[in-house]
Write a protein that binds this ligand. Sequence first.
Ligand code: PMT
Length: 399
Amino acid sequence: MKIILGVGGGIAAYKSAEIARLLMQEGHAVQAVMTRAAQEFISPLTFAALTGRKTLTDLFAIESAIEHISVAQENELMAIAPATADLIARLAHGLADDFLTTLYLAFTGPVVVAPSMNSNMWRHAATQANLETLRRRGHRIVEPDSGYLACGMTGPGRLADPGAIVEAIERESRRGRDLDGETVLITAGPTQEPLDPVRYISNRSSGKMGYALAEAAAARGARVILISGPVHLAPPRGVEVISVRTAAEMREKVLENLAPAGIVVKAAAVADFHLSKVPEQKVKKTAARMSLELDPTPDILAELGRKKGDRLLIGFAAETQNLHQEARRKLESKNCDMVVGNLVGGSETGFESDENEVVLALSTGELLSLPRAPKREIADRIFDEALKLRLALHAADGR
Ligand code: PMT
């Protein structure tokens, strides 16, 4: 694979020589690009010697005025290590004042960012907000290690081990566009079930998990149809969004869009009960107490389980206890290929949070735990496992 290795100006810059060496050893072609500050720490010649290519350093000392465009087009993955707080801020805000940041804007492939800085700079709200922007853009952030730092402090901020960075690059390069040609149907967010013209029953789903899945699938080349309950999120780039409100509307749109889908992911938190006959006027407070008689909503996932054919069907299970058993039970009772179980309620992850921690119950009988990570990363891991599962199912029964 052809990889751009961007080197920022931090004390850890010397470690990126080891990253270049390991990538070359794995058979990749590496184009090193250094910021001006990086050259204060290590010479461009070191990278030229290791990669066998001229190191690119200066926007105005290149052979053609559009070299950043051709370098962007020729390469398949961009890794930036070390990424300083300043470089991360420039990437997040799209500032293009040197070769590396200009190249970054022209590059359309997967990006891996390995930060390195002082602990206080790492924890600063500005740095964390900039990293969140990069994560939401789908970039892979290789978290820094904790330990003794060159500034004399001990804490998070030390560049991750070069081997771990190369592993993250390898994982990202394998993903590439492995969903090219696929149509993925995803549901996200809550549903709202009206009680009268001004009131409704709903839940705490923000839509973040479903939208992260949509972003991940689109980045991997899929056509993505996202059927979304009411949320406050921007539509992911390149995704067809269909907005719905109730469970009945969600069912209708899911069934309408099912035909082209090879993978269906039901991340929406669909209300289980609704009022079948909604009063036309606002209900008045006429008594001290009132009770509601609710009917079940259509179970969309169970219906998909009956109709799925060759499709890969992935359900979710939001539980407050017995996560593993419930994920397995829903896998079987709804005829899914995978159920993603997550704890909700008292848990810091699950509803509303930017992060999640899940178990994957697979129809092969396996149960995989994915540790706490940004929802975008969890989304990629779900598709990694879904594609492996499909291969295993194909092998087992010729699907
Ligand atoms: O949106 P976020 O704030 O990011 O939060 C993410 C999440 C917690 C909502 C998400 O990770 C999640 O767990 N989604 C499923 C929530 C849910 O409804 O779980 P459940 O265990 O009640 O339902 C099981 C499965 O059946 C789900 O796939 C659900 O979409 C589906 N279902 C449920 C009821 C119904 N009437 N029809 C359905 O299809």
